[in-house]
Design a protein around this ligand. Structure first.
Ligand SMILES: *Cc1c(COP(=O)(O)O)cnc(C)c1O
Length: 496
């Protein structure tokens, strides 16, 4: 399998060549040249596999430059009961008739980013060892991404993590999760500023190309293709848990899914197969873009429901065809903070497919004008194609989150977090008779205690292993908003 850029550069690269990269050289994102198609027989065969077995089958289609035995070992080491707490790895539970929650948040940091990041840690270690190289990951976090990266990279050979976070602005639980790590290759830097200051420092350091090269600085942001690929697996796993596999139970009268993509490739998806829909709490469009890939491979997904919070860039797009990047003053701090985005960094991938993989048109839409904080409007003809891709959307507010958390607790004694509440609220609105709706649970409530208290008047449930985490010894350094000091710190600590 080869990879190309969404902005027209058709230089073909293999998986391991893009594994440690961010953007393509032309500023686009990487995508495979095509989506391998799964047929009825393949789905039947995959249905019986363990999660790691399924992950191996799917990843093998996209990773052709790691020997199969090595890839199998990496996947087996990643998706274990010890790490995710159950053999199902992503267990689905029934809430009501036709409405399900799929737990993606049972990994070490209690958020879905572990699903991909744990694999990335193992892939990075493997690839760096093969190349005899080292990598220093520099990042900024206000919560989920930073801790998922640290738990994925801790103790890994050849990798160090330097993670900036705004001092005193993360929840005590999130801070404890990160700062209690004692591994020598993990460096927590608490910056005396806000999250934007942390991001600006990362940008300033990355823009010093000489420093970046000399100290082998890299990132693990959400545009990394390997992260997206790892997420494709749980759409299949969710589908298998909710459907029976008997073709005669399919729902008649629904529009075909998995039809041949406009740029060629075989038509897929057994037309009489059972369908499901997924509701996805969305920010940077990474999670739901993996759903788009699964659907494009022929997994019988009816609707992909994009749920946003008050930061509704994506909801606006799917309703109107207008993509309008928000300024920071227009980006709200909400009680589902991991969805607080001003632009959706993975969104360009979907638009590339929507526009028949016309790299020139994508470059025009996402080029310099957009970077300066503008937007674009699709033509009516372009907008009309969205329906065939199954996307619909909706938004949710703080009041909706409180009501949804309360209702789910009162009716089902099931405690959900604020992001999952956004997904459930919008997923319910988009439910169709006869089509199971699977809402992706992207975090556990323990991470967002203040809103749970507000909704339920009690503290959130917490996995037993994390009781008392706030009292553990902490390992971090404090720094002013000063890129020079961060550089000096990295310089001192990046030698083996
Ligand atoms: C990151 C995150 C999201 C948003 O996922 P995207 O891939 O950015 O759309 C939703 N919920 C939680 C808990 C997250 O950590």
């Amino acid at each position: 399998m080869n990879y190309i850029s969404t902005r027209g550069d058709r230089t073909q690269r293999l998986f391991c060549e893009i594994l440690l990269e961010g953007l393509a050289p032309d500023g686009g994102l990487y995508l495979p040249t095509h989506y391998p198609q799964v047929d009825d027989a393949t789905l039947t065969r995959w249905r019986g596999l363990s999660y790691a077995g399924l992950a191996f089958e799917i990843l093998s289609l996209y990773i052709t430059d790691i020997p199969p035995a090595d890839l199998k070992a990496l996947v087996d080491k990643t998706y274990t009961r010890a790490t995710y707490g159950s053999d199902a790895i992503v267990p689905v539970r029934r809430l009501e008739d036709g409405l399900y929650l799929q737990a993606l948040s049972n990994g070490p940091t209690l958020a879905f980013k572990d699903m991909a990041m744990q694999l990335l840690g193992n892939l990075f270690e493997y690839q760096l060892a093969r190349r005899g190289e080292e990598l220093n990951i520099l990042g900024a976090t206000s919560g989920d991404t930073g801790s998922a990266a640290e738990y994925a990279m801790r103790g890994k050979q050849g990798v160090r993590v330097f993670m900036l976070s705004p001092l005193g602005r993360m929840s005590p639980f999130q801070q404890a999760q990160m700062f209690s790590l004692q591994d020598a290759n993990i460096h927590n830097i608490a910056v005396e500023g806000v999250f934007d200051d942390c991001q600006d420092i990362v940008k300033a350091v990355s823009n010093d190309l000489d420093f970046k090269r000399r100290h082998k600085i890299g990132t693990v942001n959400s545009i990394n293709w390997a992260r997206l690929l790892a997420q494709v697996v749980y759409y299949f796993a969710g589908y298998f848990q909710v459907t029976s596999g008997a073709p005669e139970t399919g729902v008649a009268g629904l529009s075909p899914v998995g039809s041949a993509p406009p740029w060629g490739g075989p038509a897929a998806a057994p037309s009489n197969a059972e369908r499901v829909s997924f509701a996805v709490p969305s920010g940077n469009f990474g999670n739901v873009c993996a759903g788009h890939v699964a659907r494009s491979m022929g997994l019988p997904i009816d609707k992909l429901v994009v749920a946003t919070n008050e930061n509704d860039v994506l909801d606006e797009f799917f309703r109107t065809g207008r993509y309008r990047v928000r300024a920071s003053a227009e980006t709200f701090e909400t009680s589902s903070p991991s969805m607080d985005i001003s632009k959706a960094s993975n969104f360009e991938r979907f638009v590339f497919d929507l526009l028949g993989r016309d790299g020139a048109r994508v470059a025009q839409l996402f080029g310099p004008a957009l970077a300066q904080g503008g937007g674009f409007q699709l033509t009516p003809e372009e907008f009309s194609r969205i329906k065939a891709f199954g996307f619909v959307s909706g938004k949710s507010s703080h009041a909706d989150r409180l009501a949804t958390i309360r209702r789910t607790w009162n009716d089902h004694q099931d405690m959900i977090d604020t992001h999952t509440a956004d997904g459930l609220k919008v997923g319910r609105e988009q439910q169709q008779p006869g089509v199971p709706m699977i809402v992706l649970e992207t975090a556990l409530p323990a991470k967002f205690a203040a809103t749970i208290e507000e909704a339920l008047g009690r503290a959130p449930l917490r996995p037993a292993a994390l009781e008392g985490i706030e009292a553990l010894p902490k390992r971090f350094v404090v720094m002013p908003v000063d890129a020079q000091q961060v550089k000096a710190y990295v310089e001192q600590h990046c030698a083996p």
